[in-house]
Each structure stands twice: as structure tokens, then as C-alpha cells.
Ligand binder design. Sequence first.
Ligand code: MRU
Length: 367
Amino acid sequence: MLVNGKPYRTIWLNQQDAGSVEIIDQRFLPHEFVVEQLRSLDDAIIAIRDMHVRGAPLIGATAAWGMYLAIKQGEASELNSLQKVGELLKKARPTAVNLAWAVDRVISKMSCCDGDTIDIVKLEAETICEEDVEICRQIGEHGLTLIESIASNKRSGPVNVLTHCNAGWLATLDWGTATSPVYQAQQKGIDVHVWVDETRPRNQGASLTAWELGQQGIDHTVIVDNAGGHLMQTGEVDLVIVGTDRTVRNGDVANKIGTYLKALAAFDNDVPFFVALPSPTIDWDLYDGGEIPIEQRAAEEVIYIEGNFNQERTRVRLTPEHSPAANPAFDVTPARLVTGLITERGICGASEAELLSLFPERLGRNG
Ligand code: MRU
């Protein structure tokens, strides 16, 4: 997608230096556009853990490139050492299943193919990235049908989509998942407006989703996390589309903390609540959302808030000095609150049977 009119992806191999992978360091957005060089396995782990990159598909792609960097720097050479590297990467963030999925995919490619290890791993990392772009594009095509149908039934005004966190192109390689239908609606000339949840505590909505929508010229409004229910009651939300970090066989959806509350409000107000779901985010090994590991992040993210003041990056304290804070980073929305899952193969209900109707190759087996 565009940054100041120039097309970018979120991660790429440096074309001048094959020992370096470049990322957009998302900690600095929206105030500064910073490109960071990753040169080692440690750089990749830190980038994932400390959220220089984030979003389930991008975390997976970064892990694949992290394995490439480990081999390039001589930190791994054989399958055994690559497995150890994979275990380190998997520990960087626990909830998004794309991380383990990408690591396992690189390892299985390496164990089944003959040839130069570095070439095999590089090709697999590139393939994971290219596939993600195509998956997100297809999710957009299917999600577009929802926006088109609302637009054709509305007498006036834009189609109002509410989204939570950032499931935009910054969370993927390109297009995004939840935002892809919006970008494709814009290309079709449909009048669309996005309510952007700020998404405390790290404010991915206010700083990332708002920024990327603005860069593409999409009409949007940032709201506090608590405003969504009110806007749904007053008829100002036509459709909710969120992303997911892990969706399990029964259709339960883990996503950024606060998603569950939006689903409850949508259910109570008959607002359709859709989840944009790339297939690598489906955990076929788990049957119930209660089994999903929920990342607990540092209390500092709740206690302090960061922003720009007089062009300077600033951190200020919000809470009383002795009040403890808790920071569960994700929650699970039960399948019964989900109107549908938008996958690259089409839209289905949030249940094992409906998921299997789109992914029949998963019938009768796990993993
Ligand atoms: O903590 P984050 O910023 O990595 O959380 C991101 C989300 O919750 C996204 O909605 C999810 O990863 C889907 S991204 C297409």
C-alpha cells in the first residue's frame, strides 16, 4: 500500500545486502516513518517481542525471515539447530498462531528438500510473504460483497465499518485482512467510512490504522474504545470487521483485547460482526477458544502512554504511583457472537463444520 504515494510492503529483503531484512519499525508511527535493518536472529526476536512489527501474518513472515538471518549469520546450519532457532522465535509472542505456523513450515521445507539450506529457507520466506499478499487480496474480494450489499440497501450516506486494533496492511504484507474489503470498496467507488477504535493500551488503532487509512485517502474517524457500543445503538455502524490472531476449530476467535466487548455490543444491536481470517491463522489443533494462550504484556504499557509533544516522542504516566496494572493483550470472542468468517476461500459461519466446508482437506485430521 502507499506511504506518501509510494508503494511499500511491511518487510522485505534488502536488495543491496542479502544479510539484511528491512522492516517498517511501527513503534514510531504515525509521527515518524522509520525503516529498520534486521541483521540477526536476535534482531528478529526483538522486533517481534517488542512490537517493532506486529499483527499475526507479519509476525509469521518476520519469523520466517528470522530463520533465514540465523542461517545467513551462521547461527544455524542443520535441521537440528534450525529447530532450536524455531523454538526461540516461537517464544517471542504466544497468541498469534502464524508465528509457530511459519516456523514449522520453514522447518518442514528444509527437512524435505535437497539443496543449499540458505536458498531453501530464503525461497520459503519469500513464498510465505507472496502468499500472504494473495490471501489478503482474496479476503478483500469476499469481504467487498458484504460492503456492496450494505451500500445497495442504504438510502444515503457511507457504509460505516467499525474496526478494532490494526488488522490493516501494517499487520500483514499488504492489503491487510479487516481493511482489505475497505480498500477494495474504495477502488470500486463505494462511499465507505471507518470508525477506528483507539485500542488501548498500545493504541494500534489510533496510531496505525488511522495512519494507514489516511495514507490511502479513506474517510475515517478515531474513537475511544468505549464509544463503539453507543455508535451501534444509534445506528451509526453498519458492519464490524476485525482481524484475528488465532481462530480454533469451533470458530472461537482470539483477537486484540476489547474485541469481545465489541462483539457483545454488535450482537445486542443486530450489527453484523465479521472476522477476517487468513487460513494460516486457523489453529486446527485446538477445539475451543479457552485453550488459546493469552499473552500477558508489561504493566508499563497501561501505566504510561506515549505520544508526540512539540515534535518530541514523550511518555507520560497516567495512573497513581502505587496502583498496580494488568495487561492481558488478547481476548476470545465465542463463535456464537460471530456472524461470519471472511477467509481467502470465501465467507463461512463460525463453526467447525462451516470451516471444514471451505477447507475440506482438514477433514478428519489435525495440524
Ligand atoms: O498486539 P498486536 O498489535 O500484534 O495485535 C494485532 C491484532 O490483534 C490483529 O487484529 C491481528 O493480529 C490480526 S492482523 C491481520
